[in-house]
Design a protein. Structure first.
Length: 395
């Protein structure tokens, strides 16, 4: 089992991640991890915090001489902003804690339900951990998972589909256009493939900002080069679609997830949904469509695996909504904390990390060994089997 634990508060000293279950002998490129962290910090609509932080990973354990050792991997990402919060967020006595007390819960954030559950009168004790700052640690961990998957030709991408009501047509991604998709999404301020829609999305964010509003949207995250046979139909908890959905849904503010074209498929006729199966000697088994998102029966089928995720608007509004003061129950406006206006592009990068987690876990389940060489051997045997028995050509 591959396990990720994160720890840390948004304005605390830093974020810690521990990954358990990675094999020995995986080459780790720290520059690659840092680049992933930078990607998550980008995206039009982010707030002032992103110019304070310059996220960098510091690997503490589990890696030596550029390779994993097989033990738990641990790392830290320090928070630059902690310099401004030491007297409020330190682990010891906090002389200025009261100054930044949060008592007017923001509708849509974790403030109120968290305070009720943990019995905190200062809701900062909730928001600090609920904050999506934690997703920096997930992205650092995701960079390890991506490096593992890349050894087997599995590559992750994401594209923003909509921001507010501006919607672009998602591009179908495969090995042939992957590099182009990477290039186009990386150079787009909103990670969108459609330049006209990109301009409209930016305009929409600008308007929302002026009006004290916030925005959500939707994104696609996917993986090309995934071998058939990851996940399983045999038990509910082994189904890969359910597992990936949980991982993506766990991203703060993501409120719906679909596998492939799941939502549109629900209103189509069966003949217009299921991806027909063909075979030629030249191509082997192939499909012309991929509405299933590369997963049938909870098992990958060799097509691009993709999911779409829907993000609600950011809960903190500069024109705040009605709330209560939990000290006296009076009606007030909700707390205003420094905030993003829209974070869909950043969420797309986080979704890449979570997809990489789910696929790496399923991959290690199938081909797992303690060492990369053993995994490569098992993988090679499987590819040979697929060619021999199933005449598989596209790996
Ligand atoms: C990358 C990213 C950045 C976010 N930035 C903010 C923000 O600046 N302000 C805010 O109120 N919520 C922000 N959110 C959303 C909140 O973290 C989230 O709504 C909150 O934790 C409550 O969880 P829930 O929406 O899943 O119920 C962000 C989410 C993501 C994924
Ligand atoms: C810090 C990050 O995102 C934060 C997520 C967040 C929230 O409530 O989720 C609130 C904001 O925090 P702050 O008030 O410090 O600006 C975001 O900036 C990050 O993504 O690294």
């Amino acid at each position: 089992m591959l396990k990720l634990i994160t720890s840390g508060e948004s304005h605390g000293k830093g974020l810690v991640g521990i990954i358990e279950g990675m094999p020995a002998g995986l080459k780790v490129d720290e520059g690659y991890i840092n680049n992933e962290l930078t990607r998550r910090q980008k995206g039009y609509g982010r707030g002032g915090r992103m110019s304070i932080e310059k996220d960098k990973v510091e690997i503490i354990g589990g890696v030596r001489n550029g390779e994993t050792l097989g033990g738990p991997i641990s790392f830290v990402i320090w928070n630059n902003d902690y310099a401004n919060w030491q007297e409020i967020m330190g682990a010891g006595e906090c002389p200025r804690a009261e100054e930044r007390m949060v008592v007017r819960p923001r509708p849509g954030h974790a403030d109120l339900p968290g305070a009720i559950k943990y019995n905190h009168q200062d809701m900062r004790n909730i928001l600090e951990r609920a904050s999506a700052r934690e997703t920096a640690a997930r992205v650092a961990a995701g960079a390890f998972f991506k490096q593992l998957l890349a050894c087997f030709g599995i590559y992750i991408y994401s594209q923003v589909i909509s921001i507010g009501e501006v919607k672009a047509e998602p591009v179908r991604v495969n090995r042939e256009n992957l590099e182009e998709v990477w290039e186009k999404t990386e150079t787009s301020p909103v990670r969108c493939m459609d330049r006209d829609k990109e301009a409209q999305m930016i305009g929409m964010i600008e308007r929302a900002k002026k009006e004290g509003e916030s925005l959500g949207g939707s994104l696609e995250v996917g993986a090309v080069g995934v071998v058939p046979g990851l996940g399983s139909h045999v038990s509910w908890e082994k189904r890969l679609d359910g597992r990936l959905a949980q991982l993506i849904m766990s991203i703060p503010a993501i409120k719906a997830v679909e596998i492939g074209e799941g939502i549109n498929n629900a209103s189509r006729l069966g003949s217009k949904v299921h991806d027909e199966i063909y075979y030629t000697e030249e191509k082997g088994i192939y499909r012309l469509t991929n509405r299933s998102g590369g997963i049938e029966g909870g098992i990958t089928n060799g097509e691009t695996v993709f999911l779409r995720a829907y993000m609600k608007p950011i809960p903190t509004l500069y024109k705040p909504l009605s709330s209560i003061d939990i000290r006296n129950w009076e009606e007030v406006k909700a707390e205003v904390e420094r905030s993003d206006i829209c974070a869909v592009p950043a969420a797309a990068v986080v979704a890449e990390a979570m997809l990489a987690y789910g696929l790496a876990e399923a991959f290690l389940e199938k081909f797992g060994g303690d060492n990369m060489e053993h995994i490569k051997e098992a993988y090679k045997n499987y590819i040979n089997y697929m060619g021999r028995v199933w005449r598989w050509k596209r790996i």
